[in-house]
Design a protein around this ligand. Structure first.
Ligand code: NAD
Ligand code: WQD
Length: 341
């Protein structure tokens, strides 16, 4: 039996494939390479010694997706990462986001139902909480109106999964990620942002290496100790490990409910200035940054209540902020070497 990882050549998917292989799972990746490269397969092989099976496929395509499932009858669980994820792009082209993120999920669920595949791990996001009333935010906090079409695709996806699980044999674990950062310690895989990064950490590392001139820090008038916004940054390998635990929990039939939701964060909030300080410390680089206006749509602070994930999954994020920033920096330097060669 094998695990299907959709979006497995992407940032979080590739790290998860490595952790699955480490635990002895056989993996097949499906990805349309819209935001990743085939070369990631070789990088995974360099780390784990095993090249995962791979099929280039757009999961929005009903016929081709059905054909894939017809040919792959030995799938015991699916970890579904494949989606578009750029918040700003989703505002500019909502239909592209609704089509890609929702149609692909519906196609997967239909095939799970038709072929009797029971176990789904889904990539959700802390974005569903908006600005929570209570911090740290727990899984039972109300889902707030989405700030972007991207965020809305995550909320709708959660509902689609809940509704489907009620009337089929499908079980699901929905993982709400906080802010995934960093890269594998080998610096063989990591995040590959296309164009100008929206996210803080790739913008920091690209500025330090000279690709960007200056980092803009969005707002210093928030109601936080240093005035900059607070997030719960989590190392991508810690995040990846939780997926292995989640899929194993389903395969071993240890779920307590048909659909379970877990926060994946460290439980610690760090401000933008604290992230910059950590980066400067571990890299020895001075970062060129300036304070500018708040970014529209940003929440002031959010960090996870991780007790449910810690207790139920027996999982806890291990890496410190310094370790996260060092791995992100090593990855950026590796990328620079690659582009020079
Ligand atoms: P990523 O873009 O690196 O990986 C997603 C992969 O899916 C890419 O390789 C892309 O080519 C593929 N893909 C997209 N649409 C596809 C389709 N229709 N058919 C086949 N493949 C398709 O993104 P990531 O950061 O690894 O994110 C993985 C998942 O986690 C996404 O669902 C994302 O929304 C979610 N998530 C990410 C973050 C984050 O900050 N990175 C936070 C919360 C949730
Ligand atoms: C972090 C902090 C910015 C860039 C986004 C998505 C969310 C989730 C994760 C998928 C904020 C500040 C940033 C910069 C800055 N993705 N910042 N200068 O906004 O928490 O979440 O990614 O589900 O849905 O919205 O992450 O990395 O963009 O920002 O000052 O150039 O860094 O204001 O406080 P965010 P981020």
């Amino acid at each position: 039996m094998k695990i299907l990882v959709t979006g497995g050549t992407g940032y979080i998917g590739s790290h998860t494939v490595v952790e699955l292989q480490k635990q002895g799972h056989k993996v097949v990746i499906v990805d349309n390479l819209s935001n990743s490269h085939r070369d990631v397969l070789h990088q995974i092989e360099k780390i784990s010694g095993v090249k995962p099976d791979f099929e280039e496929l757009d999961l929005v395509d009903i016929a081709k997706t059905g054909d894939f499932f017809n040919r792959n009858r030995d799938i015991s669980g699916i970890i579904h990462f494949a989606a578009f994820k750029a918040v700003g792009e989703s505002v500019a082209d909502p239909l592209m986001y609704y089509r890609n993120n929702l149609f692909s999920l519906v196609n997967i669920l239909q095939n799970m139902k038709d072929k009797g595949i029971k176990n789904l791990v889904f990539s959700s996001s802390c974005t569903v909480y908006g600005q929570p009333d209570k911090l740290p935010v727990a899984e039972d906090a109300p889902v707030q109106m989405a700030m972007s079409p991207y965020g809305n695709t995550k909320q709708i996806s959660e509902e689609v999964i809940q509704d489907t699980a009620k009337v089929t044999d499908i079980n699901a674990v929905m993982l709400r990620y906080f802010n995934p950062i960093g890269a594998h310690e080998s610096a063989l895989i990591g995040e590959l942002p296309l164009g100008v990064p929206n996210n803080l950490v790739p913008f920091i590392t690209q500025t330090a290496i000279g690709i960007r001139k200056q980092l803009s820090v969005f707002g210093e008038d928030y109601n936080t100790p240093d005035g900059t916004a607070i997030r719960d940054y989590i190392h991508v390998v810690d995040l990846a490990k939780a997926h292995v635990i989640a899929i194993d929990r389903m395969i071993e039939e240890n779920q307590k409910k048909k659909v379970e939701i877990f926060n994946l964060g460290t439980g610690n909030g760090f401000s933008v200035l604290e992230v910059i300080k950590s980066f400067e410390k571990v890299s020895g680089e001075k970062l060129n940054y300036k304070i500018v206006e708040r970014r529209p749509g940003d929440v002031e602070q959010v960090f996870a209540d991780t007790r449910f994930a810690n207790d139920e999954l027996g999982w806890k994020a291990q890496k410190s902020l310094d370790e996260m920033m060092l791995s992100a920096w090593n990855w950026e330097k590796e990328l620079m070497l690659k582009t020079k060669n």
